[in-house]
Write a protein that binds this ligand. Sequence first.
Ligand code: F6R
Length: 590
Amino acid sequence: MCGIFGYVGQRNDAGSLVIDGLKNLEYRGYDSWGIACKIDETLSIEKDIGKISGIKTSNFSDSCALAIGHTRWATHGGVTTQNAHPHANEDETIAVVHNGILENYQELRAYLEKKGHSFKSETDSEVIPHLIEEYMKETGDFASAARRACKDFEGRFGFLALHTESNTLVAARNGSPLIIGVGEDGYFIASDIPAFLEHTKMVQYLDDGEMVVTDGNNIIFSNLETGEAIEKREIEITWSVEQAQKGEYDHFMLKEIMDQKESVARAVNQNEDQILTLAEAIKNAHGTFLVGCGTAATACMAAEYFFSVIAEKHVNFAPASEFKLYHHFLKPKSLVIVVSQSGETADVLEAMKVAKSKGSKVLAIVNSEGSTIDREADYSLLINAGPERAVASTKALTGQMAVLMLIAYAMNDKLREGQKLLLETSSKINDMLNPRYVNFIEELAEKIQEKSALFIIGKSWNYPMALESAIKIQEVSYVHAQGFAGGELKHGPIALIEEGTPCIALVGNDEVKADIISNAIELKSRGAFIIGVAPENNEVFDVWIKVPDAGNAQALVNIIPVQALAYFLAVKRGKDPDMPRNLAKSVTVK
Ligand code: F6R
C-alpha cells in the first residue's frame, strides 16, 4: 500500500521532515514518490520514479511549514513521474496525495474536463484536487469543498490535501487508514505511525466516514456526511523509535526474526483476567471461528490444532477472504476471532462486518494498537510484538500463536501451565538464535539458492507451519515453494520430486513424529534432499536444523529457522527481503 505523510505547524523544515518520514514508510514498498511544499506562498512539487533513499533532504527548503508527500505503488496508470503523487489543480494552490481507488474517476474526470480542467496524469487520484477546486467556486472554502468532493467519490480512499492560500491540510478517510500525530509544534498526518514516531507518540485516529482539518494550531474532526464535529481522544503509542529502526541489522526482516528472542515472552504477558474471560467466552460460544489472511491465517490454522489438543474444543478456521460464505453458520452467540498484524487488512475488516451483521461478537488479536480492527472489535488482545516493518510477517506470527495457545490453556484451566511452557519456549528461542546458528542457516541458503523449487511437509500444527514456510520462501526469495500435510504427499505432490529437490520436514517430538519421518523417507526414496527441522537428528535428514524440544509449542520454534532460510535465500539471490515485488505491508484492498 502507498505511503502518505504530511505536516503543518510552526516548524520551518516541513520539506525535509516529510522526506524523512517517507523514508520511514519505504518498507511498505513503492515504485515512485513525490512531495509538495508551500514555499513563499507558492507550491513546489518534486516527484520521481524509483527510490527516495538517494534524495538529500538538504535539497528541500528550510522555509517550509506545510508539506505533503507520497510513496506510490502504481495501480491506475503506469510507473511514471507524471503519475506519481502529489497531484495539483491548475493553478497549483491545492495538492493531493491519495491511497485507495476512486472507482468512478472516469466519470468525474469527464465532468471536470467539460468544466475546463485539464489533466496531466492517468491516475484516478488527480480528479481530487480538481474537484475540490471546482467546488470551491461554490463553497468558497477549502474544507467544505473537500467534504463536498468526498460525497462524489465511489470506492475506498484515504487522502491528504494541502491548500496554500488557507495554509491548511485536510484529510478524509473511507477505507484507507490515516493517523494524526499530535506534535508540540504542529500536526502530522500519515498512513502509518513510523512516519512520525520520532516526533510524537500522541496520536488520534481518523475513522471511516470522517474528515480532519488543521492549520497547525487547531484541529477539527468531523463527520464527512453531516459535517458534525467529532471529539477525538489522544492515545499514546507504546512503540519506541528504536523498535521501529533496523539497528545493527541489514534488513528489517532479519531484525524481526531475531526479535523473536523476546517477542514471544511479550505476547505471553497478558492480563490474566482478560484471558480467562475470553477463554470462558469461547467455551460458551455457539461456534467459534478463527479468521485471518496469509501468515495470520496460518496462525489461525495452527490454533485450530491448539484448541483441539490443548482445550479439546472444536473451532473453525476460515481465510478472511472466504469468510463471507460462512454467514449461514453465524448466530448472535457465535464468536469470531480475527487475527491480524496490521489491524487494517480489508478482508479481515469485511469478515468483521459479516460477523457483526449477524450479531456475533468479535475478538481481535492484533499487533498494531489503535488500528481499525483493534478499535472495532468487541474485545481486543495486543500481541506486543512491537512494530513489524518488513513486508514478510515473522514475529507477529509467533506472537499470534502464543496468545492463541495461552487462551487454549486457559480454557482447560491450565493458564499457568501455558504461561510456563511459552516462557520456557521464549528462552529456548533466545538460546537457539545465536550467531553460529544463524550462520549455519545462511550457509544452507548458499547451498540451495539455485534450486528452482522447494517443498515443505508437516503434520498436526506443523502442517500450517509448512504452509507458512512456503509463504515466507515464495514472497521474499521468489523460489517456487509449496507446503503440504505430510500424509497428502502420496495423493499427488510426490510426482514433483526429482533428484536433489530440497524438501523441508518440520518435525516435533510428538505423536505424529513417526508418520512425518516416514513421509520424509518416501520423499528421500524419490531423490529428495531432506532438510529436517527437528529437536533430534534422524538418518533420513541430509541436513539437520536443530531446534529445541518445545512440546505443544513446537510450531513456534520450528518456523523460525525457516523464516531465516527464506531471508537468506532472498539475500543470496540478490532480492531485497524487506520490499518484495508486488506486495505491500498492509493489504487494505479486497
Ligand atoms: C506474509 C504476510 C501476509 C500477511 C497478510 C495479513 O508474510 O505478511 O500474508 O500476513 O497480508 O496481514 P495482517 O496480519 O496485517 O492482517
